[in-house]
Structure formats: structure tokens, C-alpha cells
Design a protein around this ligand. Structure first.
Ligand code: SF4
Length: 419
């Protein structure tokens, strides 16, 4: 397991402390420091200009080579293990069902999101290809090599889905098209469907259409923040980052028009200062539009501008996970639920016995994301330990077992009061 676990840091220790929710006032990022000129824009990587030799494993005590998309992409440690290009084991899972790819450039992402390990301010102390992201390393691999491996037998592949994650970079759109085209030319998208995790800031409606025309199945927007205030503080002006809430919604609505019902969605991180009421209203809004929410539990990513803050308390996370599942897949509406004056879920709006059945099924507590081949409410994108350590799992990348369910019920403080 240690193969994919980030080293413990003080913030992770903080997360062990028991709070009931993360209030807005407590979740302010620290201000980014100025990057020395010689480290900006990947200048030294380009100056060194070391030629890549196949797979690049991060933090391997060698200078980061000059790699860039579309020839190179980074992929999650779980995907690299599943693909067989890295050795290692993951607690509770034999493989991941989603091949998560990340576009890569020496300049890295040009945005500065406060919770993100790829953020621009990190160029001061860590090369683009050595940055941790959602708690794990992302090896860089030639795209052709990945396609060669998967194309051998797509129907028998462990992967139920492939996902291209864009970053904020001037080449991001063109290279997304190229990677998508290379994939669909060799691998039938019906055998392994493709999702796009978009970065709206540099995108147009035509770009969204192009991904659809090239064979993408689902289009998602990494909204991440649940309210305009949290968005601005963590991804906009608050941290000298270029993103705007309105632009993210514009592209989300384009995705709804172009991809259609059930084929678009938004990523949301829970616990960055929004209330449970606010995030669940957003979940309802997405469902009413015809889409889905894919949720992450906030974790203080090492090296990020929020690495000093507490992870989302499990109480808050479990309540939101359960309520979100009911809204997304069981037809319950947010207005049937009840909230206290701090915006915390007090009742879920369905009968106790029905709620108990949903809890015991365990799916509500698994990682959420684009569907795989098992069921529409079971995500292919299982992101093992992307939002928590295995010792205190937030999103289960495997079906929760009996002992996990006991823990989840404790965290939910169930039996809950139901109407
Ligand atoms: S745009 Fe995405 S990859 Fe870039 S810093 Fe923000 S969250 Fe990270």
C-alpha cells in the first residue's frame, strides 16, 4: 500500500482530530509566494533539455526530462500499476477501473488552485513531473506505449473507462484532441469509453463539440468549489489564479447541450468551507440539468496552499455522500431533506427502513465518478486513496465490507432521525 500513499504531514495529523464540519472561516488558503525568475514556466527544465528515456518515475533523483503532451502524458499510480508499467499493490483493490491520464508540459499548469498539488506556485520547489496530485505520484509515459498495451485486447482490459484530464495551458485543447484521436483510432470507444475532465478557462463551445465529434462519451467540468465564494477564494482572485465561476458554468451548460442527459457532470470537493446545504443544492441543480456530481473529500495535499488545513471531518463527508447518492440515484430531492441552522443534514427525507437499505448496500460510500461496466451508480473512476489515506477511508475504491459499514454507520451517527 505504501507504494501510493503520500508521506504523513502535520495537516494529515490534524485531519485525525474530530470536528463535525469545516466552516468557511477556518478554510482560508495561505497566500502564494513569489516564484524566483529562473524557476518560472519550467525554464530550467527547458534549459537542461534532457531527453526522456521512456517511462519517467517521479522523484527518482534525476533531473526531470523535457516531456510534453501529446507525445507524453502522466497517469495515476493506480493506472500505472494496473497497466503493468509500475510495480506495487493497493490496499483492498487489485486494480483501478479507470485509466486516468493527465496532460503534461514543462511549464505545468498555469493556474494556482489552492488545494491542488499541480498548482503554479509549486514551480518554485518542484518540477512539473514530480508533483503529487490527489495524494499520489503521476509517472510520465509515452502515449503510444499506453495505447499499444491497451489495444492488445480492449475487450478484456481491466479498464472500464479512460479519462483525459486537462490542465490550464495554452496547448491543452489541441493536445486533448490529439490524444483522444490517437486513442479512438486504435481502441473502440464502445469497448472502453472516454471521459474528458475539462478545464473551461481556455475552452470554447466549439472545443466541447470537438471532443464529442472525436468520440468522447462523457464531458465533466472540474468545478471543484461548491459556491462562488469558495471558488473565488481557492481558484480565482484569492490565489492569483485565472478561473471564473461564470466561465465554468458556461462550459457546463455547453456540455449539457452537446453531450446530453446523463453524459455530463461536475467534480465537487466537499469540505472547503461550503455548508452541507449549499453543496447538496448544487448536487440537485446538476441533477435537474440532467447531469451528475462526482465528489471528492477535501484532503490537505502536501505542498498545496491548503496543506495546513484539516481534512473534511468524516461526519460531514458521510452525510453529504449519502444525501448526494439519494439525490443522484434514488430520486430524492434536496427539499425533502432537513438541515440545521449550520446547514448540516438532519434528515434525509425517506423512511428509516429505506435509508437503512441504501446505507447497507454501501454504494453511496464508494468513489463517485463516471460509470463503469458494473452498474450506472458504480464509478469506473475509483481513484484509490485519492482523497484519504487507507487508514481512514473517505471514498471507498472497493465495496465496503462489514467492518467498514460499522465504521460508516458510526460516522453517520445512525440511526438518524428520518421523517
Ligand atoms: S486548473 Fe486543475 S490542475 Fe491546474 S491548479 Fe487548478 S485544479 Fe490543479
Amino acid at each position: 500500500m505504501s507504494c501510493i500513499e503520500q508521506k504523513t504531514n502535520p495537516a494529515a495529523a490534524n485531519s485525525e482530530r474530530r470536528h463535525d464540519y469545516n466552516p468557511f472561516e477556518a478554510m482560508a488558503p495561505r497566500a502564494p509566494l513569489k516564484t524566483p525568475a529562473e524557476r518560472r514556466n519550467g525554464r530550467h527544465v527547458k534549459a537542461n533539455d534532457i531527453r526522456p528515456q521512456g517511462v519517467y518515475l517521479p522523484n527518482n533523483n534525476i533531473l526531470a526530462p523535457h516531456m510534453q503532451s501529446p507525445e507524453y502524458v502522466q497517469l495515476s499510480t493506480a493506472a500505472a500499476i494496473t497497466l503493468g508499467i509500475m510495480s506495487g499493490r493497493m490496499y483492498g483493490c487489485e486494480c483501478t477501473r479507470c485509466l486516468n491520464l493527465l496532460l503534461t508540459y514543462p511549464e505545468g499548469c498555469r493556474a494556482n488552485c489552492a488545494y491542488c498539488g499541480l498548482a503554479r506556485h509549486r514551480e518554485a520547489d518542484r518540477d512539473y513531473a514530480d508533483r503529487n496530485f490527489i495524494r499520489v505520484d503521476w509517472p510520465a509515459v509515452p502515449m503510444a506505449e499506453i495505447i499499444d498495451i491497451v489495444a492488445e485486447n480492449p475487450a478484456q482490459s481491466p479498464f472500464h473507462r479512460m479519462c483525459i484530464s486537462m490542465i490550464t495551458h495554452p496547448r491543452s485543447e489541441e493536445d486533448t484532441f490529439t490524444v483522444l484521436k490517437q486513442w479512438t483510432e486504435r481502441i473502440d470507444p464502445d469497448a472502453i469509453p472516454v471521459s474528458i475532465l475539462s478545464n473551461p478557462t481556455t475552452m470554447t463551445r466549439e472545443d466541447v463539440q470537438r471532443t464529442r465529434d472525436l468520440g468522447a462519451d462523457i464531458f465533466t467540468v472540474a468545478l471543484d468549489a461548491a459556491t462562488p465564494e469558495v471558488f473565488d477564494r481557492t481558484r480565482g482572485k484569492g490565489v492569483q489564479s485565472p478561473h471564473k465561476w461564470s466561465k465554468y458554468w458556461e462550459i457546463l451548460e455547453d456540455a449539457r447541450d452537446i453531450f446530453g442527459s446523463q453524459k455530463f457532470g461536475a467534480h465537487i470537493i466537499v469540505g472547503m468551507g461550503e455548508t452541507e446545504y449549499e453543496v447538496l443544492h448544487l448536487v440537485q441543480e446538476l441533477v435537474d440539468l440532467g447531469g451528475h456530481s462526482h465528489m471528492f473529500c477535501f484532503f490537505p495535499e502536501q505542498g498545496s496552499l491548503m496543506d495546513h488545513l484539516p481534512a473534511t471531518p468524516r461526519d460531514q463527508w458521510r452525510r453529504v455522500q449519502l444525501a448526494r447518492y439519494l439525490i443522484d440515484y434514488r430520486g430524492v430531492r434536496v427539499d425533502q431533506m432537513r438541515f440545521d441552522d449550520l446547514g448540516r443534514v438532519k434528515s434525509y427525507g425517506i423512511a428509516a427502513a429505506e435509508l437503512s437499505d441504501v446505507i447497507d448496500e454501501g454504494i453511496a460510500f464508494r468513489t463517485s465518478g463516471c460509470p463503469g461496466k458494473f452498474r450506472t451508480d458504480i464509478s469506473a473512476c475509483d481513484r484509490p486513496y485519492g482523497d484519504s489515506p487507507p487508514s481512514d477511508i473517505a471514498s471507498y475504491p472497493f465495496p465496503p465490507q462489514k467492518k467498514d459499514m460499522k465504521k460508516i454507520r458510526r460516522q453517520l451517527d445512525i440511526p438518524v432521525r428520518v421523517e
